[in-house]
Ligand binder design. Structure first.
Ligand SMILES: *Cc1c(COP(=O)(O)O)cnc(C)c1O
Length: 384
């Protein structure tokens, strides 16, 4: 009998250790980890530079709260600002908290409360971020929800133009929907959001919790589309597994988040920040990101070539190392077959297999993964 709330259906794998792209279970079986802690371990498990930074911070101080100045917060905030359209950062502990902060800031700054989000989005599990999430199954049993969120179809410019007016405080969007099935926003749709926000004095919030921190081959995925969001939220990949989130906003928003307006005990914790500093030092580097794009493009090309033979594969899409394989059916069987052969991948919605390897994955590991995918797909085809 487990002493845990059964909120998660877990794989039958008892993890013992991790290094780079590899996970090792208690029986000694090794896996290629193309889940990476759900897009968290972007530099692999226990990257030596990150581990060293954490160890050094462990020998300094573990926690003091935000009642004190901590230079590492300023350093990481400056790095995030220098690589985004934002200027100021609020540190917290998770993606949901970063989005929660964005929603609160949008209300306070605009003095409005209606927020537009999109169907199949995912923004978190707190009350406001759960409400922001455009999926009924996430809301089920928890009502009444927070006023006032409006859900529109993703990539539908007409629906957005019809809904938009000056009562809207913010539009919140993932430029690539992660949990919703690795669905890419179109440049024209995303630019329409930006422009409507400018026209109606609403804030343009981009949820980069999954897509950010190099995952798509840019520091933030919105940078593929030449946008300038008012608020960007980050979390997953930011701390390489140490819990951390960040809300990054433009400087004119500072006034609405003055002393006492919002807070957190643990947010900005120096151990998480040390991990983030070392992580960003590796990822926010042009040659690293160019390599991510090269490796991922080559991998996607080989994958597409290989999976042409399977009529149940309807699409292969994504950016950088956020890759979705859409299958008419058989998602669960394929994931299971891959897992048994030592490749960990994730579902996204009922029809998509999501691959999120560490950005540091080697070409050799990518080729091993391709081989396992091929074997799994051909076996599944035969047994159907
Ligand atoms: C995972 C995720 C969140 C929630 O992050 P938590 O750290 O689990 O609270 C929010 N938005 C997106 C896009 C995510 O993928």
């Amino acid at each position: 009998m487990s002493s845990l709330f059964p909120t998660y259906q877990r794989f039958d794998i008892h993890v013992k250790a991790g290094k780079g792209t590899q996970l090792i279970d208690e029986k000694g079986k090794t896996y290629l980890d193309f889940i990476a802690g759900i897009a968290v371990c972007n530099v692999g498990h226990r990257h030596p530079e990150v581990q060293k930074a954490i160890e050094e911070q462990l020998n300094q101080v573990w926690h003091v709260s935000n009642l004190f100045h901590q230079s590492i917060q300023e350093e990481v905030a400056t790095t995030l600002a220098n690589h985004s359209s934002g200027d100021a950062v609020f540190f917290c502990n998770s993606g949901a908290e970063a989005n929660e902060a964005a929603i609160k800031l949008a209300r306070k700054h605009t003095k409005k409360h209606k927020i537009i989000t999109f169907t199949k989005s995912f923004h978190g599990r707190t009350f406001a971020t759960m409400t922001a999430t455009g999926q009924a199954k996430i809301h089920d049993g928890f009502g009444p929800l927070v006023n006032e969120f409006v859900y529109l179809p993703y990539n539908d410019e007409e629906a957005l133009k019809n809904e938009m007016d000056d009562t809207v405080a913010a539009i919140m969007v993932e430029v690539i929907q992660g949990e919703g099935g690795v669905v890419l926003g179109t440049e024209s749709f995303l630019k329409t959001i930006q422009q409507l926000c400018e026209t109606y004095e609403a804030l343009f919030i981009v949820d980069e919790v999954q897509t950010g921190i190099g995952r798509t081959g840019k520091p933030f995925a919105y940078q593929h589309f030449h946008l300038s969001p008012d608020i960007i939220t980050a979390a997953k990949g930011l701390g390489s597994g140490m819990p951390i989130g960040a809300m990054i906003g433009k400087s004119y928003l500072k006034e609405a988040f003055g002393p006492g307006s919002h807070g957190t005990t643990f947010g900005g914790n120096p151990i998480a920040l040390a991990s983030a500093k070392a992580t960003l030092n590796i990822i926010f580097n042009d040659s690293f990101l160019v390599e991510v794009l090269e490796k991922s493009n080559e991998f996607k090309q080989k994958l597409s070539e290989m999976l042409k033979a399977y009529s149940f594969v309807t699409d292969i899409r994504g950016k950088g190392f956020m890759i979705g394989i859409e299958c008419d059916d058989h998602q669960a069987a394929l994931l299971e077959a891959m897992r048994s052969k030592g490749l960990l991948a994730l579902g996204a919605g009922p029809h998509v297999i999501r691959l999120l390897p560490p950005l540091t994955v080697t070409k050799e590991e990518l080729n091993q993964a391709l081989q396992i995918i091929e074997e799994s797909f051909s076996e599944t085809k035969i047994t159907l």
